[in-house]
Design a protein around this ligand. Sequence first.
Ligand SMILES: [Zn+2]
Ligand SMILES: [Zn+2]
Length: 368
Amino acid sequence: MAEKGRVVVCKEYNKPFEIHEYDLPDPEPGAIILKITQAGICGSDLHVWRGDQVNMPLPPTGRVMGHEGTGVIYKLGEGVTTDSLGTPIREGDRLMHVAVFPCYHCHMCLRGDTNWCVNRGYPPADIYPYFTGTYADFLYIPPRHPAFRVPDELPDDILGYVNCAIGTVTQGLMNAGAHEGQYVVIQGAGGLGLNATAMAKDMGADRVIVLDRLENRLRLAEEFGADYTINIQEYNTPETRVSRVKELTRGRGADIVMELVGRAELLAEGIEMLSNGGTFVEIGDIVRGREVSIDPSKLLPGKKIMGSLMYRPNTLATILEYMVKNQHRVPFHRIVSHKYPLADINEAFPQAEWDQRQTEVTRAMLVP
Ligand SMILES: [Zn+2]
Ligand SMILES: [Zn+2]
């Protein structure tokens, strides 16, 4: 009898998720089957659950849920002896896979921007190899898909959000050309903002300024390396926030502003916070159909607006090294605030939503 495993499926927006059961396939040569140990509830999963993306049609069979998460190697396909960097791997080893499954054939993939693959879509449910999301007992990693053995130095409880949250903000900073001596503004001190703060400091930022409306998140941002924080309830207009950022950047403005909240109007405000030549990085606003008006003349002195989505595979390898190096300085373990059994996913989602609205930072994890 074949072994079975559960997979969470979104059949219809605004309806409870279904949990389907499938026979676990044998890995084809070159493939890896991961036993999922934890899977994060990311903001984009909450958007799907809420139905914010109704203008993105679901596959007819529904879609498999979960992109962030990690596990241990359950079965290795024939011929797999190392991870993507040549480190030997065996069953039972912890593995961090790249959470983007691109086509490897489109013009974006061919030039290395696999995170911008034009053929990416929702993973359809009920189709071989079935285990294509992290809200499941297993994950099928196809041949040649990038994955890295997790360094032994890293504890389990900081691994769940690495391949979405940290990856995304790191790529955003890299694309914006982050380097030593810069002033960086982070809009929002949630899971993305906290990790962006720590990463910007590691990349050499002189000053990182974090904005949020919750004092406890701002205190946590300081633990992640923020030099200054701005409570937007105290600085409660765009004008006062912009002038505070100018003050904290010696009148220059920021070299990089990152939007990690998901509010369109922060684009207009962020452009005002930039120094000439600075770059605004849009990451948080993933829901289609929102609008903001800006004055294009403000861009003339070299200001740039850049979108960023997920990350290139090699960025994930860099991040694991960064975590080994920084785990005693950066309180990575503070990101995960709640854990739920996979079977309770339909209770976990409203709860995760509630937690984010109320106060508590951060990430909820589903544990099979
Ligand atoms: Zn592609
Ligand atoms: Zn995500």
